[in-house]
Design a protein around this ligand. Structure first.
Ligand code: COA
Length: 209
């Protein structure tokens, strides 16, 4: 991916995901993967974050994936799964086995961010255990490159996904955000999300649809 994606403010349009967007999704995921900031210096393997937090969503749930297109590529996305339990089951069948074979369990002495994420891949996606899950079964991820932030595009992407989830009869949606990502927390609260759970390093928010 070219390095100049953050240099100019392009006109952006929102559209459904297409398979040709996949590499751009990996790129956006990595460049926003450190609590909203660039994670390229954090991970040795530039694909790892996208393998976990972007590609399986777009691949398994393309109808609830939307992107912001600057005319040349996707510079932002929202990824939604209508039912987190069903998503977990599909990941186990259709995604995680290949990923585990590509990334064997690292040595226990390896505490790098890559190693921690690979261990998470081997544990598998952990469906939330809170009683609230029945009320908020969907979950989502939203990430925009800096050039696309602060212009109302996050709200537009989110509203597009929420409409798609409502059309599918989904009662509610949850999401996780790092404790240090104060900006995203403000965004979610502005959009009407309420706090469901507080953990050591993350918060879970929910919104009734
Ligand atoms: C967080 C993010 C998705 C927000 O998208 P955005 O396009 O920057 O936000 P918008 O411009 O659409 O803002 C929508 C509304 O939220 C408000 N808002 C945004 N950030 C806010 C904040 N920190 N506190 C309070 N309100 C905020 C805006 O004022 C706007 O209000 P309005 O529509 O009522 O006028 C985007 O900044 C981003 O991708 N950041 C990096 C990646 C990231 O952190 N992703 C989330 C990981 S959990």
């Amino acid at each position: 991916m070219p390095d100049d994606v953050n240099m100019t403010r392009p006109a952006l349009h929102l559209r459904p995901y297409r398979p040709g967007d996949l590499l751009a999704l990996y790129d956006v995921c990595l460049r926003t993967g450190d609590s909203g900031d660039d994670a390229r210096a954090t991970y040795r393997d530039p694909l790892l974050l996208g393998h976990v937090y972007a590609a399986p969503y777009a691949t398994l749930c393309p109808d609830t994936t939307f992107v912001l297109d600057n005319g040349a590529r996707a510079v932002g996305y929202v990824l939604g799964v209508p039912d987190s339990r069903e998503y977990a089951a599909r990941l186990e069948r259709e995604w995680s086995p290949l990923l585990r074979s590509l990334y064997p369990l690292p040595d226990a002495s390896d505490t790098s961010p890559d190693a921690r994420l690979i261990r998470a891949v081997h544990r598998g996606y952990q469906v939330p255990t809170g009683a609230w899950l029945n009320q908020y079964p969907a979950h989502l991820h939203i990430d925009l490159l800096p050039v696309a932030q602060g212009g109302g595009h996050g709200r537009r992407l989110m509203e597009t996904l929420l409409t798609a989830l409502r059309e599918r009869g989904v009662p509610g949606v949850h999401l996780g955000v790092g404790l240090s990502n104060v900006r995203a927390q403000g965004f979610y609260e502005r959009l009407g999300f309420g706090l469901l759970e507080r953990e050591k390093t993350s918060l879970t928010y929910g919104l009734t649809l």
